[in-house]
Design a protein. Sequence first.
Lengths: 959, 147
Amino acid sequence: MIIVTFRILPPWRSEKWPRWIAFIVVAFGFAATLFLRQALVARERAHVARGLELSGVMAERALAARLETEFLALARMARRWEVRRPTEAEWQADAQILVRGDANLQTLAWVAASLRERWVVAREGSGAFLRLEGPRRAALERARDQRAMTVSHVFDLEQGGKGLLVAVPIFESDDIGGFILGVFPLEEILDAFVRMDSESGYAVAVFDDGSEIYRHGDRRYEAARGYEANVALPGRTWRLRIWPEPDLLSEMRSPLPEVTLAAGLLLTLLLALTILFTRRAAHRAGKPADEITEREQMVQSLQESEAKFQAILASTVDAIVTIDERGIIETFNEAAEAIFGYSAEEALGQNVSMLMPSPYREEHDGYLQNYLDTGRRTIIGIGREVAGRRKDGSSFPMELSVSEVQLGNRRIFTGIIRDVTERKWWEEEIRTLNISLGQRVIERTAQITTQYEALKREIAERRRAEEALAESQRFLDATLNALSAHIAVLDEKGVIIAVNAAWRRFAEANEGDTGRVGVGVDYLAACRSAAGMGGEEAKRALSGIRDVIDRRTETFSMEYPCHAPEEERWFVLRVNRFSLGDTVRIVASHENITERVQAEERETRIGRILENSLNEVYLFDANTLRFIQVNRGARENLGYGLDELRRMTPLDLKPAFTPESFSELVAPLLEGKQEQIQFSTRHRRKDGSSYPVEVYLQMSFLGRTPVFVALVMDVTKHKEAEEEILKLNEELEQRVVERTAQLEAFSYSVSHDLRAPLRAMAGFSKILMEQHADELSSRATHYLKRIEANVLKMGALVDDLLRFSRLSRKELKRRTVEPVRIVREALEDLEAMREGRRVEIEVADLPRCRADPALLKQVYANLLGNALKYTRRRAEARIRVGASVEDGRTVYFVSDNGVGFDMQYADKLFGVFQRLHRAEDYEGTGVGLALVQNIIQRHGGRIWAEARPDEGAAFFFTL
Amino acid sequence: MTIENPVEILLVEDNPDDIEMALNALEQHHIANRILVVRDGAAALDFMFSRGAYSGRDKQTPRVILLDLKLPLVDGLEVLRQLKEDPRTRAVPVVVMTASREEQDLVESYRLGVNSYIVKPVDFAQFTRAMRTIGLYWLLLNELPTP
């Protein structure tokens, strides 16, 4: 709303530049540029020099260290020598390793103090010789004189190039006992050293006694730019020179000084030109007309805007007061008059503080001063509420906004003021109302909240209580229902008020419905009616429950049988009373204890059985061994009473045992290695007699006490029976022997007594036919022949019978045999039967077996004999001898293509004197197969045959 | 059977049939001369040791004894034992004749030192052959038979 204009005037417009200023500037610029360049050059030089020095020192140290390292090996060898003089072979081996391991060592030698004796090891291609003349000898002598390691002058090597010799004296108890010498090619050592340093870009030269011995790098040494240092070697000092190569120098030199020079001169020149041109332009300009016209227009527009401003000032409703820097009122509009009650005339020229009430008034001057001094605003520009003061002295709230205006050199402050008394009043009213409303809302809310919380708590508590109740009820129900006992809760009159699931199930299963004993039924009445029907148990139960109800007893319990038609059952009834507040409740539970009762009964029964057992049963402590229980059978047999036995141990009954041997006996039981042990011993009775016993002992527990249970059998009778059997067996054996002897006597007499008459008959017949043939008719001769034939047959029968009886009695002598060999022997014996016949005999491989070879031969002889006999009519007889394995057993067989037989007579095949063929057709006595069967059976085997009439027969046997 | 003639063969056999057949067999081979037959073991021993009925006979021993094992009074094995135990008779060859093939007889005979053994066969021809073989063998060791 305030428009301020100001005019810019250049401060130098009226001044003049002197011409010489430009020259001064140029001169100064030149001087500064030159100075700068010189400074840069000097710094660079210093940098190069420092670099060189650093490199030089490093090179010097490196060379010294390098040579020292090379020579150290020789020194070590000398020290080793001092400790123990090596043999030549040892030294040679040592030296070979050194020479081969050190690329720079050319020759290594030991030289005796006399210098005559020497051992030399040289690098390959160097020749193992060592000349000791000139500088080398000098070095050696110096080493001897100075008693220290010495390096020789550089000398020319035989192989070409320069070299140096290092001599290390060997001390043998203060005397010099010899030297270790090493020859090093100089170039190689120094080249290696320079190579290490080749990146650095320096040239190197080494001088020994003023003459150059080594040089690396082309350019000549410049003393100004180089670095020199002494390198101390044992007994000798070298001079090392090092200087930068041109490449390095150019690398180190920067173009900065030149650039600086050029840039400085150029800048100076430019500056001088600028000054000259500026001066000429200003001189030509004079006073411009355009600028004045512009100024007048600006003044005019300013006046217009001031008029506008005044109009605005007058018409506005807000009080507008302007003050100067000292607080003097300069304008005071109409609205201000209305608000403050001062007229414009009264207010103008006055200090603005008159419009302010204490204490603001006193502070106001301070504010203004503060602002002017520091620029920190306290009032200005900030719309805010302050208090105003009317002419009548009353104060009122007003909204004040202050802005600062710069008018020329002056600063004016404009304050826009609005009376906010009324607004304030309303605001205050609303605020008060708000406050009281808020208060009331808060109070009410708090009230409601409290009530709500209380209600909520109450509800939650009630719910919790209900839940807990339901939970405990559920828990109780579940518990009760889970119990196998049948449980009913009665009131004090005996009426059932609750039952569990087991009760219900039982009632349903036994009564068909729960009506008689369900909830609401008078249980006492039910018991009474059962008692009335003669139930003795019901009567007891009734009185028991009554006693509990009437507080005569706290609890009551009884066991009773309650048998169902198909099973025996026992129950236990337990009655308990409990108080619930004033009321009394009775809990009656029936529990099925059938198993327990039966178990008890079984136990009792088993106990009784054991007690009455005629076997002796002992129970004794596993630790003390004292008897705990001994049954009647044992007591009666022993003659001891139970009281006596309880003071005894098994050792008192078993005289054969000592405590040690008994504990050894029962150890496997105690250690759990065996469940039962069995042993035989004798028991001693009280009367001193004893009897044989068989003891079965095992461990068990009586409660927690480990015990032994012994089942003891009096085996007197067994023993007697055993002896009897033994005696009978012996008798039987004896009788067998006797019978056998009889049998032998019988066969002997048969052989003699039967054969003798036969022999006579045959003999005399023969004599008649041979010696008296001329006296006999042909018919008589014929009859005599028939007699002779029969006699011979009888003889064969007797012989076979004897053979049979003899072989049957022959002792079986089994051993491993080769059946093939036996078959061959048998066939040889049967050679006669094959004479003049075509017989094909095939003998397969026969597995070995254990048999009596003589008897097995008899078997094969008989079977093969039969086979040959019954194939007699075949044009070509085929006989097979073989074996096969059936069910893991070897089956041997002999088969033929002979006349065979009808299988329906197979059962007669092996009987004595049984024949399936006529004697006219096939001779024989009918003993052979009987004998074969007898032999096979005595071997534990079996024989059988398969055959078809006219097709052949096969005999199979196992052993 | 004259005592005067020296006995060449002593036949100890109790069975008359066998005696007759043996003599017949020996006769067939012309070696029936000077055969003395005794009917039991005791007689055989008496003859051999010149005692009892034979005491005082000349001390000439037979060339061979044909001895049956089954004999009355003293059985053949006992006779054999005594003959082989006595140094006077030990050298006389004894051929055991038996109807039996019983093993123990055989074994025992050999144990006692029998010189030969024949089983009396039922076949007379066979017997004759056996007698001949044995007779010849033992009789002709030193001396040819009388033609």
